[in-house]
Design a protein. Structure first.
Length: 581
């Protein structure tokens, strides 16, 4: 009997498709190896620190019908732009008009189904014997694409027109020849044209790497076998997801997260996820979420769908391959004109913060669906982005240093939350201090974990990050987009305590120190001025009184918690016992 890779018997219904588990596993891993090689090429060859150091990029492989067959393991949010860009290309350009050696570029959320303008997608058709068989695609987050504010992601932007150059689906290579006029046009609308040009050329070359490997796969397997294997992989993924959903208790489950504001100040904004389970299908409804934001906190529909697909995969079957079969049993509803489905020309630059809250709301709704051992306390559920810019000191022109920061993840049934990590939709690395100070006229004063930021519990939440950076030259401009400074807070489960909120402080430790709003833009700094951001910690799991004495002792010794906080959370007698160990 043939079985699925999850151990379930293969479908034996007359006329139904069977699966060769071994062959499918080998084929799936071959597809993943193609995307991993593409991703490694993109990272190793890029010029910007945001891609070569922080790995803020993703790759994917689509079949000839535009269905996702494999996605690299970098940034879940990028699926929104990759899948959306692929659909926009097929809608805009007839297949008969695409030639071998062509490549297409796009980024716009309204014109090309993107998620925000800095994420630029390159899509390249892969031909075999005169027919398109695959599309290679990759996305790079460019540190700046123009607009009113360096970095192009200011929370206070009022429309897409303030956020940078808008690129509909556009041919950037024709029959193997780069259109330098298109490249120059795009680069000229950014603050570091040389860096933009170089990274875009690397993105084009990355797809050519994927093209060579996909053709080798066809040579080895034969095109008919490849077609059949793709159908098997997608059909199997769909069936396995339906099986996971069918195991859930039918009903409706609701949870609400909150943004501090909509990017322009004002009242908190609810992000409500309503999960409906019906047989082998899921409805995720965002009715009740806040209205379209005045600022750049809006989430385009493709980004919202990527959040849902990531969450369902993470909660129900983390080992499931990311392909088109994953989301065929999931329906997403979002009111038009809401913060999670805005009308054009709403600004969307800071959409990743709202996306993190969307995932937090879905995870919260699933607390009622999953057994306790699979429930997770809330993580930091924010991805703050700091941006410094100014004149370059080593060559002519301007730099834009952008970094998104992690925080604490939520505690689980059997483990503490992880310290200083990205959660949910983002997964970038940090920029090492040495690389930062070598590339830019900036100094890192402090880079550490935030004491007392993780929520107490039987298992504690992960710790947030403090990053403090000083200007070394005049004219340095600082902007930030962040959240969970005043309202949003990581919530504990089963008696666990909440994580600590974020803070942004200008000139920390000086007499002129002041706490800043979470979404300030274009703050001019003089040499010696500093900006300090402290990101949220994760929440705790279980009653703090159940935490082991040796775990309390370790936290005190490692300065994860202060003595005062430990006594408040765990009791003075237990802290004394911990200190005596």
């Amino acid at each position: 009997m043939r079985v699925g890779t999850d151990g379930a018997p293969a479908n034996t219904t007359p006329g139904a498709r069977g699966f060769d588990a071994v062959a499918m596993e080998v084929f799936s891993n071959r597809l993943m190896s193609i995307t991993e090689d593409m991703n490694n090429t993109l990272v190793r060859s890029s010029f910007s620190t945001n891609i070569k150091e922080r790995r803020d990029c993703s790759v994917a492989l689509f079949d000839r019908r535009g269905r996702l067959v494999a996605q690299g393991t970098q940034i879940p949010l990028h699926l929104g732009s990759l899948d959306g860009g692929m659909a926009a290309l097929l809608q805009r350009v007839p297949l008969a008009d695409i030639r071998d050696g062509d490549a297409f570029i796009c980024n716009d959320p309204y014109l090309a189904n993107g998620t925000h303008l800095p994420d630029i997608t390159i899509i390249t058709p892969i031909f075999w014997q005169g027919e398109i068989e695959f599309f290679a695609a990759n996305i790079g987050h460019h540190a700046d694409v123009g607009g009113a504010v360096p970095g192009s992601i200011a929370g206070g932007s009022r429309s897409i027109f303030e956020e940078g150059i808008r690129i509909p689906v556009t041919r950037i290579c024709r029959a193997g020849h780069l259109d330098t006029e298109v490249l120059d046009l795009i680069a000229a609308n950014t603050r570091d044209p040389e860096e933009r040009k170089l990274d875009l050329k690397v993105q084009i070359a990355t797809n050519e790497c994927g093209m060579r490997e996909a053709r080798q796969l066809i040579v080895q397997m034969g095109i008919g076998t490849v077609h059949s294997a793709i159908e098997d992989v997608i059909a199997y993924t769909q069936r396995r997801m339906r099986n996971r959903i069918a195991q859930l208790r039918p009903g409706e489950y609701v949870y609400t997260e909150y943004l501090d504001d909509d990017g322009m100040g004002g009242d908190p904004v609810p992000i409500t996820a309503r999960v409906r389970v019906c047989g082998g299908e899921l409805d995720i409804d965002f009715e009740g979420s806040g209205q379209q934001a005045r600022g750049a906190m809006n989430v385009p529909l493709n980004a919202l769908q990527a959040c849902v697909y990531y969450s369902i995969k993470a909660l129900l079957d983390p080992e499931l391959l990311p392909n088109a079969g994953l989301y065929q049993s999931v329906r997403v509803h979002a009111p038009l004109g809401s913060i999670v489905n805005p009308r054009p020309p709403a600004a969307v630059g800071a959409r990743s913060i709202t996306c993190q809250k969307v995932c937090g709301a879905i995870f919260g709704a699933f607390r009622e669906l999953l057994p306790p051992e699979r429930v997770m306390a809330s993580g930091n559920d924010v991805v703050p982005a700091i941006v410094f810019s100014g004149e370059l000191t080593r060559r002519a022109g301007y730099y834009v240093y952008l970094e998104t920061l992690g925080g604490g993840s939520g505690a689980r049934f059997d483990a503490n939350g992880m310290d200083a990590v990205h959660v949910h939709m983002t997964n970038t690395s940090n920029l090492p201090v040495e690389a930062l100070e070598n590339e830019y006229p900036l100094r890192v004063d402090e880079y550490a974990l935030v004491e007392d930021s993780g929520g107490a519990g039987r298992h504690r939440g992960g710790m947030g990050i403090v990053r403090q950076i000083s200007a070394r030259v005049p004219g340095t401009i600082f902007s930030v987009r962040s959240d969970s400074h005043t309202v949003g807070i990581p919530s504990g489960v089963f008696g666990g305590k909440n994580g600590r909120r974020a803070r942004l402080i200008q000139n920390h430790g000086r007499t002129d120190a002041k706490v800043l709003y979470s979404k300030v833009a274009r703050v001019e700094m003089v040499p010696g001025d500093s900006m300090r951001i402290e990101t949220p910690g994760g929440a705790g799991y279980g009653d703090p009184r159940e935490r082991k004495i040796e775990d309390i002792a370790r936290d005190l010794r490692d300065e994860c918690i202060s003595r005062a906080a430990a006594e408040a959370d765990y009791g003075a007698d237990r802290v004394e016992a911990a200190l005596a160990r």
